[in-house]
Ligand binder design. Structure first.
Ligand SMILES: Cc1ncc(COP(=O)(O)O)c(C=O)c1O
Length: 289
């Protein structure tokens, strides 16, 4: 199935969708993005993703070029053109074209792109067997900047961390900061479960405020599972009874090992399973309604 694409409101196909080489997103990674998943053609938490996109733009000082309502309509139209009920939707806003130098001020016309692609199948056993992760020391592009927590497109540090993890035979990298603390995965948030309590790093660490993270914490409230935000270290993962990661595309994925050390029983834990089940109920309630 080909991609459905909308650039600045114009429907395009992969063959004719083009962006200028002077676009600052291309030249400097001067752009922000969102990834939304659809269920039966409906974007899950679409509005919350757009609100986060607007906050990311604010972090970079990019003015969102159209209203969120208009953007929502462009997304719905792109999904409809894709003909795919289960889509990966990527929304990108760049600062637009400017001179070749780094100064953002002359670029005054942000560019927006919506891409709807069929969802790639999950790796086999992703939710039933769980995954191994590796801790990787990383400085991210937005660390200690005023754009901390924004979903900026400059994912080089995340990408390299993922490559390192994959070289070590792990599925995902847990990014570790200068103090040895775990911040998040390269495209996921991380949680541990110890003695029945769920813990996850706080947003104040400059991590991405994951939409899935938010709904999983809501699921924990619904189930009466206690949770708190706290700084986590690799040893907390190693000693946890259960651990899991979250992302819009993969929902709740059990982590069964870290840096070669088995977590808990080395298989998906019961609280993780209940949170995934409740998360899926919340998704259904949102997307079927
Ligand atoms: C760095 C990072 N953290 C967390 C997440 C999970 O966010 P969400 O649940 O909104 O998909 C992502 C998703 O791509 C990410 O890139």
């Amino acid at each position: 199935m080909p991609l459905a694409i909308t650039i600045d409101g114009r429907p395009s196909t992969e063959a004719d969708a083009t962006v200028s080489v002077l676009d600052r997103g291309f030249l400097f990674g001067d752009s922000v993005f969102e990834v939304v998943r659809t269920y039966g053609g409906v974007p899950f938490a679409g509005r919350e993703h757009l609100e986060r996109l607007a906050r990311s733009c604010e972090g970079l000082g990019i003015v969102v070029p159209v209203s969120l309502d208009a953007l929502e309509r462009e997304i719905a139209d792109t999904i409809a053109r894709s003909g795919e009920p289960e889509c990966y939707v990527r929304i990108v806003i760049t600062r637009g074209r400017g001179p070749l130098n780094i100064d953002p001020a002359p670029a005054k016309h942000p560019l927006r792109v919506v891409i709807a692609a069929p969802l790639s199948p999950w790796p086999e056993g992703l939710h039933t067997r769980g995954v191994e992760v590796a801790t990787v020391r990383v400085e991210r592009a937005t660390d200690h900047t005023r754009a901390a927590g924004a979903k900026v497109s400059a994912y080089v540090a995340n990408m390299l961390a993922l490559s390192t993890a994959r070289e070590r035979g792990a599925y995902e990298a847990m990014m570790v900061g200068a103090g040895g603390e775990i911040s998040e995965g390269t495209t996921s948030n991380v949680f541990v479960v110890t003695a029945g309590e769920v813990r996850t790093p706080p947003l104040s660490m400059g991590i991405l405020g994951g939409i899935t993270r938010r709904y999983v914490l809501r699921a924990a409230d619904d189930l009466g599972v206690p949770w708190r935000e706290t700084v986590l270290f690799p040893r907390d993962l190693e000693r946890a009874d259960e651990a899991f990661l979250t992302s819009s595309l993969r929902e709740v994925v059990p982590i069964v090992g870290v840096d070669g050390v088995r977590i808990g029983e080395g298989r998906p834990g019961p609280i993780t399973a209940r949170l995934l089940e409740r998360y899926r109920e919340l998704v259904r309630a949102h997307c079927d309604g």
